[in-house]
Design a protein around this ligand. Structure first.
Ligand SMILES: Nc1ncnc2c1ncn2[C@@H]1O[C@H](COP(=O)(O)OP(=O)(O)O)[C@@H](O)[C@H]1O
Ligand SMILES: [Mg+2]
Length: 225
């Protein structure tokens, strides 16, 4: 199957995936009088919708990168706006897992040169992991720090951390470490693979630190404006 075909299929799936996500949110906003059981089903449906759209977005990046058609449109972006955009998609997931998310910086301070859609997808991949691989009641801190020509966006979590033996596979496609703690966690294992592709396309880089049992931090390095 050629990449162009997969690209078209992914595009075709993107439209209904966006519609499903949008309508689920609209239903949620009407505060429907769901029973406890239906509320749980609805939350599962929301998570499946987010998983589907994350999968399609990530798949499109992989296909374009393989075909040499992934072009970054570099513009000036405020990291806080990107953070807020990501949270508007992920706040309910954080709420569901009772994970507290805070940012350590304000609007108007941290400006970078990056591709808007690429950066949003990168940060969503980082934050969704920090929520999913966290403990119930855990926390996530999103911070930004300027270091000369580069600005570091850091997403730190109080999750289970990454096992030593899994570290060499972490950025490979479809790599997922699952254990008792991650039962019910959805994901395709493309997020970090795509994160690395996107970071490099935006002339940046990705680093991480993780201590098993304590938590992880993923650091996205971008060009400072
Ligand atoms: N913040 C994190 N804490 C612990 N493990 C993580 C974290 N981020 C990623 N991982 C591990 O790396 C794997 C790959 O991540 P990713 O590519 O985003 O896949 P997915 O989120 O679809 O499972 C995850 O399945 C998980 O095992
Ligand atoms: Mg992920």
């Amino acid at each position: 199957m050629d990449d162009d075909f997969i690209d078209k299929v992914a595009h075709e799936i993107a439209a209904p995936a966006t519609a499903i996500k949008g309508y689920l949110r609209l239903i949620n906003d009407t505060n429907p009088p769901f029973t406890e059981v239906v509320r749980e089903y609805f939350a599962d449906l929301n998570e499946a919708g987010e998983h589907l759209s994350e999968l399609v977005d990530n798949l499109l990046v992989v296909v374009r990168a393989k075909g040499g058609r992934l072009m970054a449109k570099m513009v000036e972006l405020d990291l806080f706006d990107v953070f807020e955009h990501c949270m508007s998609d992920l706040d309910w997931l954080a709420e569901r897992r009772n994970v507290d998310i805070t940012s350590g910086f304000e609007k108007g301070i941290m400006k970078v040169r990056a591709d808007e859609q690429m950066l949003i997808l990168s940060v969503k991949n980082m934050i969704s992991n920090a929520i999913k691989f966290n403990r119930f009641g855990g926390s996530v801190i999103v911070n930004a720090k300027r270091e000369d020509a580069m600005t570091k966006l850091t997403v730190s979590d109080t999750g289970y951390g990454i096992k030593q033996e899994f570290k060499e596979k972490l950025f490979l496609p479809f790599a997922k470490a699952r254990g008792d703690n991650t039962i019910g966690v959805s994901g395709s294992g493309l997020g970090l693979y795509v994160l690395k592709i996107l970071a490099e396309s935006m002339e940046g880089d990705i680093e991480y630190n993780s201590i098993e049992g304590e938590g992880s931090e993923f650091i996205l390095k971008l060009n400072t404006v």
